[in-house]
Design a protein around this ligand. Structure first.
Ligand code: CA
Length: 371
């Protein structure tokens, strides 16, 4: 009995040894396979151009941080050299430079390219459009980003949402806006669709770069100007050139910034590097928006308390009229441009659904907070 047990034990040990050896034998090729599929050591040296001036807080600084984060997360495998507007190409040639593959990446805002892709304006902001919250929902989960990618495909570009200004301010005025009539003859720096709406209201939209705003306003060459929000407006010193600071920024309720990548360069990246760029950009999209909010809160306090700026609301009837003229403007554009119409329809539908939800969520809650 004892002998049989010892024999069985020996037999078991032999079997265990053979199985163990076999398993190990089979394990070796697997390890070899995973070694060969390990990340290649190829280093990518990319260039990124932006539409922003050097050192512009939030915008240019944010993009430079993104490049550093991508380099760190990729273990140095994807290095991106960032150039501010004008350092490598003029700011408004960002789109072309990335499209043609002169550089691999760019950062700016889609509405700068309205002359090439009119519907791209919906991807930044349109007057009386959606705020950052709605834009993020539409772009990531409402089909907006797919439409955006389709618009840019013929230009060999892949766009990503990459930052949001939040609701902008209505602008700096040297005369009070008390009725729709006060918009007539008003010379205001206001670009894009907002400018077209102002023109319909009888005003004169003027195009000026950020650096020219202070002087133009101070010398009376313009009566009013919009720029961004309290933080960036204060930085330009606009409170020293105008008396009244109006809200809300009906013309830019939540401007989305964009990262564009040349599609051929993108295809050369291994999947995990593409993922790093994608996820890092999603993080930047959120962080930039948060930074705008935090800095605007502080800057508004300073403008009011330290610089005694008079902050005024546009009268409701002025906003109603501007809204009516916005619908007219968008409808006219849609009638002459099929791709604008397609994006407009999708945007309008999402905005209406979003508004119905907002009414009983954010809007109702804001009302409830009122004293
Ligand atoms: Ca603006």
């Amino acid at each position: 009995m004892k002998k049989t047990a010892t024999l069985l034990w020996l037999l078991f040990c032999c079997l265990a040894f053979v199985i163990g050896y076999k398993l190990q034998y089979h394990k070796t090729p697997e390890t070899t396979t995973s070694t060969t599929s390990a990340p290649p050591t190829k280093t990518f040296n990319w260039k990124m151009v932006t539409t922003w001036p050097p050192n512009l807080p939030i915008f240019q600084i944010g993009v430079e941080n993104l490049a550093k984060e991508i380099e760190m997360m990729s273990g140095g495998q994807l290095k991106i050299q960032v150039y501010a507007g004008g350092e490598l190409v003029p700011p408004l040639q960002t789109f072309d430079a990335v499209s043609q593959g002169t550089v691999e990446m760019g950062h700016g805002a889609a509405y700068y390219w309205a002359g090439k892709v009119s519907a791209a304006q919906f991807m930044t902001s349109v007057p009386f459009g959606m705020t950052a919250k709605g834009m993020n929902a539409w772009l990531y989960y409402g089909g907006g980003l797919e439409l955006w990618r389709a618009l840019y495909k013929p230009f060999h570009l892949i766009p990503f949402p990459a930052g949001n200004s939040g609701v902008q301010m209505g602008g700096w005025f040297n005369k009070k806006i008390e009725s729709v009539d006060d918009l007539k003859g008003l010379k205001m720096r206001i670009p894009g669709l907002g400018g077209k709406v102002l023109a319909k209201a009888g005003g004169t939209p003027i195009l000026l770069a950020g650096g020219e705003l202070y002087t133009a306003l101070e010398r009376g060459n313009i009566d009013a100007t919009e720029w961004a929000g309290p933080f960036h407006d204060k930085r330009l010193g606009l409170y020293r050139a105008a008396q009244y600071y109006y809200y809300p920024g009906w013309h830019e309720p939540g401007s989305v910034l964009e990262l564009i990548v040349n599609s051929e360069a993108w295809a050369e990246l291994p999947e995990y590097l593409q993922k790093i760029v994608e996820v890092a950009t999603q993080a930047m999209n959120q962080k930039m928006y948060a930074e705008f909010e935090a800095l605007n809160i502080k800057a508004l306090q300073e403008l009011k308390e330290k610089h005694h700026v008079e902050v005024l609301a546009f009268p409701p009837q002025v906003l109603q009229e501007l809204k009516r003229l916005t619908v007219e403007t968008l409808d006219e554009k849609a009638a002459e441009d099929a791709s604008f119409k397609q994006v407009y329809e999708a945007y309008k539908k999402f905005q209406a659904d979003n508004a119905a939800w907002n009414k009983i969520s954010d809007d109702a809650y804001s009302q409830a907070l009122k004293p």
